[in-house]
Design a binder for this molecule. Sequence first.
Ligand SMILES: Nc1nc2c(ncn2[C@@H]2O[C@H](COP(=O)(O)OP(=O)(O)OP(=O)(O)O)[C@@H](O)[C@H]2O)c(=O)[nH]1
Ligand SMILES: [Mg+2]
Length: 690
Amino acid sequence: MATSPATNGNGNGARATGPRCVALVGPFQSGKTTLLEAILARTGAIPRQGGVEAGNTVGDASKEARHHKMSVELTVATTTFMGDAYTFLDSPGSVEFVHDMRAVLPAVDAAVVVCELDEKKIPQLQLILRELEDRKIPRILFVNKIDKGEAGVHDVLKLLQPASRTKLILRQIPTFKGDIISGFVDLALERAFVYKEHAASEIVPLEGDAADLEKTARFSMLETLADHDDELMEQLLEDIQPPRDKVFDDLRSELREGFVCPVLMGTAARANGVLRLLKALRHESPGIADTAKRLGVKAGNDAVAYVLKTLNTAHGGKMSVVRMLAGQAGDGTTFLTEDDEAGRVAGVFKLVGQTTEKRGPAALGETVAFAKLDKAKTGDTLTAGKQAHPALAKIAPYPPVLAIAISAKERKDDVKLGLALAKLVEEDPSITIVHNPETHEVVLWGQGEMHLRVATERLSDRFGVAIERRTPSVGYRETIRKGIVQRGRHKKQSGGHGQYGDVVLDIKPMPRSSGFSFEDKITGGVVPRNYIPSVEEGVIDALKHGPLGFPVVDLHVALVDGSYHTVDSSDMAFRTAGRIGIVEGLPQCQPVLLEPIHLVEIFCPTDATAKINALMSGRRGQILGFDTREGWDGWDVVRAKMPEAEIGDLIVEVRSATAGAGTFTFKFDHMAELTGRTADQIIAARRAAE
Ligand SMILES: Nc1nc2c(ncn2[C@@H]2O[C@H](COP(=O)(O)OP(=O)(O)OP(=O)(O)O)[C@@H](O)[C@H]2O)c(=O)[nH]1
Ligand SMILES: [Mg+2]
C-alpha cells in the first residue's frame, strides 16, 4: 500500500496535508517552551534559538513569565514546515495554569507531550495523558532532556507506560559515545543518526551493538503495532520483514485511531530530535479533516471556528485566537456564538508569540487571531452562518482552591480595578471573583499560590492597578447557649419632642441552621401594631454584630411586652429599643462561636495517602475514610470534614505531599461550635481588627 501524499487527510492510509494545529503539553518544566523555540528556529520562523534561562524565548514573553521562569499562559506560534503551516500551542505545565491547556485541546489535531525520565513527574504526566485520552486527542510523547543522562533512558517504556492507558511504542533508541547520548536509531526507518547541535542529525552506519539493540527494539515496536493488524502479526510470526511503507501506514493509522502513542526523544535545548519530531507530525498526525470529524463539526458552507484563547493585547485590543474548523473567514465576517452574537472581525493576525502580523482571510485548518470579536469567549463555537452551530466542546475550569481578598491600593482605582478584573477573567476563566456582601471584600479565587500571584501581578503590570492583598475572612458566626427575657428601653427627653420605646424580648437558642425568627406576642396593644416591624428591624440590626463580633444565628426572639408614649414614641425609638434589648441581652446568653465546616475530598496518588491522612488530622480534620478513586489506577480519594479556616491554604500542602498532582474539592457541610484557645484567638483577632 503506497501512500499518496495529495489527499486531504481523510483516509488513514494517507498523510494529512494543510495547516495543522498542535498542542505542546506536559508536566511542569519539562521543556515545552524550549522545544517551541527549537521548532521555530529549526523551521526558520526565528533566526536563532533563544533560551528560557536567558529570557529571550518567543514563548513566556510576558513580564510575569520571564520573572518566574515558567509558563503562566498559552503561547501561540505559527510557522511553516515543508510547505505546510503549523501552529504550536505551548501550554503551561504547572497544574495551576492547566486551564489554558485544557481549553485549547478541542482545536488541535494532535498533542506533543513533552516529558522527562523522572519518576517524580509520572503522576503529573498521567494526569495530562488522561485528559488527552478522554478527549481522544492523538498524542506523541517527546522524552526531553536526554542530555541529562538519566538512568531511565535504558528502559524508557518501563518508566513511562504506567502513566498511559494507551500502549506506548518506542520509535527511537539512544546511541552512546561513552556515557553520553550521541544520537539515536530510528526504529521505523532503521537508520542511525548522530545529533548535531542546532542542525539536522547526520546519518551514520547502523552497526555493532546498536544494530543488535535495534533488532530487538524494532521487533517489540512491530509486535505492538501487530495487535491491531493481523497481516503484520502473520508476517512477524513467519519471520517475514514487513515492507517499510506498511510499517509507516500502521504507525500513522494506529496513532490516529488512538491505539498507540509513539515515543520520540531528544534535547530541546540543542534542537536534537526536533526534526524527527516534526517529520512524525507531518507524516503521521491527523489534519483538520479528522479533527472536524472528531468534534462533530456539521457539514455546510458556513465558516465554523473554535475560540481557544482570548487575549487583551498591550495596544488595548481584544483578540480571539481561533482554529478554523470549516470554511474560511476574514475581515468583516460576522460571527455568532452558540447563543449570542460574537461580533464582526476587524483584523486577522498571524501570531508568533507576542509578534502579531496582519494577514488575509483565514482558510480551513488555520489558527489565527481575530480582532474585536467583542462578545466571543474562550471555548465558544463560532459560525458565520445565520444559524448558530451547537457548542463543539465546553471545558469548565476546575473549581478554584485558593482565595485572596484584594482591594485597590488607592481608592481612586476602584472602578479601574473592576474593569481590570473583568479582563483578567476573560483571559483566564479559571479565576473566579466573588464579592462578599457581608465583609465588602472582593475575593479572588484561583488554582494555587502562583496562579493568584500572577493574577495580581497582571493587574498591576498589564492593567495598571496596584492592589493590596489579604487573607479572606472566614464565615464565622455566633450563637447563644441559653435564653433570657430582656427589657430594652429607649427614653430621651431633650426639650421639644422626646423619644420613647420600650420592649421586652424573650430570646431563646434554636437548633443549628435554623437561622433567625421573630415572633410578635403582644397582647392588649401595649406596643402598638405599627411599631412592631421597627422592633424587628432593630433586633435584626443588632444581630449583625453579636457580643463576640460576628453575625448571630440560630435564635428565636419573641416580643412579649413593652410600653409606649402617645407623643414621644416613633418607629425610630422602637427600633432603638429593639436593638438595645439584644445588645444588652446577648452577653448574658452564653454566646459561643460557630465555624463553618466543609466536606473535603482529596484526590491523591496512593503512595501519598498516608501523608494526606496525617495532613488532614493535623488541620483539625475529621477523617471519614478513604477509597480507591474510581477509574483511576493507583489513586485514592480521602474524605474528611474540615473547618473552613484550615482549608484556606490546604492546597499548598496537598500539592507538596503529592508532587503537585493532588487536588481537592470542598463544599459547605455545617456550622459547628468552637470553644477554647482557638476560639479565643479568633475573637481576639476580630476585636483587634475593629
Ligand atoms: N538539560 C536540558 N535542560 C533543558 C532542556 N530543555 C529545557 N531545559 C531546561 O528546563 C527548564 C524548563 O524549560 P522550559 O522550556 O521552560 O520548560 P516548560 O515545559 O516550558 O516549563 P513550563 O511551561 O513552566 O511547564 C529550563 O531551565 C530549560 O533551560 C533540555 O533539552 N536539556
Ligand atoms: Mg513553558
